[in-house]
Ligand binder design. Structure first.
Ligand code: PHE
Length: 462
């Protein structure tokens, strides 16, 4: 194991780690998923719940993962195995979760490449009817060769290529350059979207706290989204923290990564929702927010094509720094625990997840139109994409997070964990008693509630 760790290297700087962990966290979840969920769950009311979930449960689980990683200096499965042999399967569960997420992540990542090229070569066609362009990519007018096969394959090939060469250096360098750029651009676009004529209604909706809009489901959606967005519950943060030294302050790192990730989600929300109101595009489109809706925005601002090109490039980079972190989890597991050869593993895993992923895009429009599979005999089966999100966000990630907190709180013990979190007392952690309480009681109970509700309430992921 130690050779592998040496091969992977260490983060070169404190900032490098923060930006790489933020690079994993900031991804499609923030820009593509979050605004739609905020819109559907009451705007401002949802933001309040989401921020509370991140502040209370998200930070708790993230620190627990950081502590496990830095203590053992191992990947997710190795880390749990070292501390208690019986729990290494929890890491295995994370690997499975990552695999399922990647199936659809690579598809949407592919769409971002398609849009980059569209903005370079045929922006007029996009602008002619942004919604139709998006739906066409999904297959309303025939098999979506580009949206389901060609571009996702390119995205996956790029992800695999980087992974097969090892990542620590590449990710760190890339993240250091791209994350600040992403921030600047998002803020610029948010200001532009909020000042569009007619955007005021959207801004007001996102700022209005209406307690009557809050229900049990808002909490469930917010917590599931928080885990996904912060890359928690599947061991990615355990693996990343395994590259840290005792000099690093895990407590402040947790705060910074959570704040950065949440800011990006909020900026994306304040960019997309006001734009929806200003352009009047049907907000019920879910996954289309970041594509169809924003294309409408770019169309209506001076220099919009350049902004569009930059936006989809950054969406692509945000997606790839996340997809790398997920694929690395699966590959590292098969290489380190099952003794498989790295390059071959990357190819095999990529092929399987690509084939499953194709059905994700097909299921969005093409298969619904063709009526294959889930509309058999009039019985409506859930759309595959919704089902994958439900499985990962509502069940598997919370399950992983639940066992991480139980493991740290009860099996390994909060005293050990706090000792590691403070680098043996070097750093101050005045909230340590509160954190211990959250890891042992509040977080596992809250997470268990979302798992049970997810099982019994069914598939509401909106
Ligand atoms: N956090 C990433 C996003 O918001 C997705 C992700 C989930 C990455 C789980 C790693 C692990 O897009």
């Amino acid at each position: 194991m130690s050779t592998t760790i040496e091969n992977r290297g260490q983060f070169g700087s404190k900032l490098g780690f923060i930006l790489s962990a933020a690079g994993s966290a900031v991804g499609l979840g923030n820009i593509w998923k979050f605004p739609g969920k905020a819109y559907n769950n009451g705007g401002g009311s949802f933001l309040v719940i989401y921020i509370l979930m991140v502040a209370i449960i998200g930070t708790t689980v993230m620190l627990a993962e950081f502590v496990l990683g830095r203590k053992t200096q191992k990947n997710a499965i190795g880390a749990l195995r070292e501390l208690n042999e019986k729990y290494s399967w929890v890491g295995g569960l994370g690997v499975l979760t990552g695999f399922i997420i990647l199936c659809y992540y690579c598809q949407v990542g592919g769409w971002t490449i398609k849009y980059i090229i569209a903005y370079l070569t045929e922006s007029a066609t996009v602008y002619a009817d942004p919604t139709a362009y998006f739906l066409n990519m999904l297959g309303v007018n025939g098999f979506p060769l580009q949206g389901a096969i060609i571009f996702p394959l390119i995205f996956l090939a790029l992800t695999s290529f980087i992974i097969s060469r090892g990542v620590a250096d590449g990710i760190e360098k890339l993240s250091k350059f791209l994350m600040p750029l992403l921030f600047i651009l998002l803020i610029g676009l948010m200001i532009r979207a909020c000042t569009l004529p007619g955007a005021g209604e959207g801004v007001a909706y996102m700022l209005h706290f209406d307690p009557s809009k809050i229900n049990g489901n808002s909490f469930l959606v917010a917590l599931g989204q928080a885990f996904f967005s912060l890359s928690l519950g599947m061991g990615v943060m355990i693996t990343y923290a395994s590259y840290l030294s005792k000099e690093d302050n895990l407590i402040s790192n947790t705060g910074v990564v959570c704040v950065l990730d949440t800011c990006v989600a909020l900026f994306a929300g304040f960019m997309i929702i006001p734009a929806v109101c200003a352009t009047g595009i049907d907000p019920g489109m879910g996954g289309g927010f970041a594509f169809a809706t924003l294309a409408g925005v770019f169309m209506s601002i001076p220099g919009g094509t350049i902004f569009g090109l930059l936006f989809y490039s950054l969406l692509f980079f945000a997606a790839i720094t996340s997809s790398i972190s997920i694929l690395e989890g699966t590959v590292a597991f098969l290489v380190e625990e099952k003794g498989m050869e790295r390059k071959k593993t990357v190819v095999y895993v990529s092929m399987v997840l690509f084939v499953i992923g194709v059905f994700y895009t097909l299921s969005q429009a093409y298969m619904n139109i063709k009526g294959i599979w889930w509309s058999l005999d009039g019985v409506q089966f859930p759309i595959l994409g919704d089902f994958m999100e439900y499985l990962t966000d509502r069940l598997l990630l919370p399950f992983g997070a639940f066992f991480t907190t139980v493991f740290v709180g009860w099996i390994w013990g909060t005293d050990n964990a706090i000792k590691e979190a403070t680098s043996d007392g070097k750093y101050k952690f005045s909230l340590a008693p509160a954190w211990a309480f959250l890891v042992k009681f509040a977080a596992p109970i809250a997470i268990l509630c979302i798992i049970i509700a997810g099982l019994f309430l069914g598939m509401s992921i909106a």
